[in-house]
Ligand binder design. Structure first.
Ligand code: GLV
Ligand code: MN
Length: 205
């Protein structure tokens, strides 16, 4: 879904202006004279993420900010590790369709369509599941052991809107009354939930 490339490749130069110089096309290219074979390799997905957190899951990102070689090429990958019972709460990627491959474990994956229909299935080792662009989806490790998945996105920077964090731990905070009225909650419950979600807040790309 990203724009088509106009060069063979364009290894992102994340050093210009401290990595802040980007446009809708991506980042400026590293000069060809400085490109090496190492630029095409990313080792960031080889190690499990730390799943000792509120959700029992860890997303290790391989988007352009972490793997500069995907700049302008319209794809990227993540690794997701799950502790037993771990969950990736309902979230969406505004800029990409996602293909999830189960490396090991049994993961209940569900998508919620724009007419509130749910399609879900326990997906097992070697199987893949497709999450259409922008749809809410969740992953829940229903196996007895750890689970690991790799996800591929058709964007160098899919973005993530992680609903519990977006709604309860945004910056600045959404007014309590909005959440109280939207979810029919007691006012103090909003604070109880906020207190729980605050430590889970993390920048996800
Ligand atoms: C999985 O859903 C991911 O966002 O990596
Ligand atoms: Mn996802």
């Amino acid at each position: 879904m990203d724009p088509d490339p106009i060069e063979d490749f364009c290894i992102a130069d994340l050093t210009r202006n401290g990595g802040t110089l980007s446009c809708n096309y991506g980042f400026p290219c590293k000069p060809l004279s400085q490109v090496t074979s190492e630029d095409f390799v990313f080792s960031g997905l080889t190690k499990p993420g730390n799943t000792t957190n509120l959700f029992g899951s860890a997303v290790t990102p391989g988007s352009v900010d972490f793997f500069p070689a995907v700049n302008t090429l319209g794809l990227s990958a993540n690794r997701v590790d799950f502790a037993p019972g771990g969950i990736l709460p309902p979230h969406s990627h505004p800029r990409a369709t996602e293909l999830i491959t189960i490396i090991h474990g049994k993961v209940l994956i569900g998508i919620i369509t724009s007419n509130n229909q749910v399609f879900s299935r326990v997906v097992e080792k070697g199987e893949v599941f497709i999450v259409p662009r922008g749809l809410l989806h969740f992953q829940y490790n229903v196996g007895k052991n750890k689970a690991r998945t790799y996800t591929v996105f058709n964007s160098q920077k899919p973005g993530i809107i992680n609903t519990p964090i977006s709604l309860f731990a945004s910056l600045p905070l959404i007014p309590d009354e909005v959440l109280v009225k939207s979810y029919m909650l007691d006012t103090n419950l909003v604070q109880v939930i906020r207190d729980k979600f605050a430590p889970a807040k993390q920048p996800l790309k």
